[in-house]
Design a protein around this ligand. Structure first.
Ligand code: NAD
Length: 332
């Protein structure tokens, strides 16, 4: 079956790997039309795909109405040739530094998602994938066996800090997704990813590139005070996008509901530094602590029982291997 994929934020961590997987084999049946405004990425992440006839890239902004109309016209012209049209919304203002600023995240993450979903529906797309976030678990991010999608949420809010403004925006998109499916306008689902990392993050804002970069440059690492106690799981972007594809190809999964996508390989941030240092041949890295983030949960462990029950997805890249992959890519 010929499939046309439209991916926003295609040069980001999840988008670029999705495009690669979909267009990898010459005998494949998928074409990808992707766009990004390079807010947090660059063309470098898809440079290996630019000569591929089954990948087309546009430097477009999700919030630019004229550019989104141009995109609509492009898809409209191509639509007939494909049996299935699939929209995947990866574009978002993501990094933790932005979570605390509602004005920075709202337009792209909420209004942008809503318009993109409306475009997909208007073009009679078959599927819409909404990338949400495990941040919605906020202060209830951990329990024995992992928090599950049906658990009620305990949110920090404006009385505590602005951090959850990002999460509540993403939570709202889950309602848009659910309503569109319930009203039979489209099929789809929302995905709550936890701490995605990749070998080609442009800016070392996430914790793994931050640690690797500092160790490489100084042999020591500066962390937030929170890192004295925080523990996290980390999901390689090859695994995050494998989950997206598994959900797209499972009819029963596209019921408008929410899926956790994470690993259960939990590690303290201090042990993460030790692991990264070991990979760089540094025996005892010096760690200093400075700064503090309000409403930063100490642990985050998600149950992935639901996606495992409905698809054959499971994470395949252990953290140690993922760190080695990141290091191979760091040439300077
Ligand atoms: N990275 C994580 O740990 C994580 C965790 C939970 C959820 N998510 C969600 O997964 C999705 C994919 O994120 P990612 O990990 O690939 O992050 P990413 O930052 O690598 O990718 C997001 C991409 O969106 C692009 N973008 C931002 N604003 C845009 C705009 N207005 N128009 C067009 N492009 C725009 C950025 O340039 C970037 O390339 C996002 O919705 C994010 O919220 C990510």
């Amino acid at each position: 079956m010929m499939e046309l994929y439209v991916i926003s934020g295609v040069t980001g961590m999840t988008g670029n790997e999705l495009a690669r997987k979909l267009t990898a084999s010459a005998a494949g049946n998928a074409k990808v039309i992707g766009f990004d405004n390079f807010f947090a990425s660059s063309i470098e992440t898809v440079k290996d795909l630019l000569g591929n006839g089954r990948f087309r890239f546009y430097e477009y902004d999700l919030n630019d109405a004229a550019q989104m109309e141009a995109l609509r016209q492009i898809i409209l012209a191509e639509r007939e040739a494909y049996e299935k049209l699939i929209y995947i919304n990866c574009a978002a203002v993501v990094h933790t530094e932005h979570f605390y600023h509602v004005e920075r995240t709202f337009e792209t993450n909420v209004l942008g998602m809503k318009s993109f979903l409306e475009q997909a529906i208007a073009l009679n797309a078959d599927v819409f994938i909404n990338c949400s976030t495990s941040e919605v678990y906020s202060m209830h991010s951990w329990k024995e066996g992992g928090v599950s999608e049906s658990d009620y949420l305990t949110l920090s809010h404006a009385e505590h800090s602005q951090r959850t403004s990002y999460a509540t925006g993403k939570l709202l998109t889950e309602f848009f997704m659910k309503e569109a499916v319930t009203e039979q306008k489209i099929k789809g689902c929302s995905i709550r990813f936890a701490n995605v990392y990749s070998k080609n993050e442009l800016y070392p804002k996430h914790i793994i590139p931050h640690i690797l970069r500092q160790l490489k440059e100084n042999g020591q690492v500066e962390l937030l005070e929170n890192s004295k106690v925080n523990r996290r799981t980390f999901l390689h972007n090859e695994d995050s996008c494998a989950a997206v594809l598994a959900l797209i190809h499972s009819e029963t999964a596209l019921d408008g509901s929410v899926y956790n996508v994470a690993t259960d390989e939990e590690i303290s941030i201090v042990d993460l530094v030790t692991l990264c240092a070991k990979k760089l041949g540094i025996a005892q890295p010096k760690i200093t602590f400075r700064g503090y983030r309000e409403s930063d949960p100490e642990r985050r462990v998600l149950s992935t029982e639901k996606i495992r029950a409905r698809t054959d997805w499971e994470p395949r890249i252990p953290l140690e291997q993922g760190i080695e992959m990141c290091l191979e890519e760091m040439t300077d």
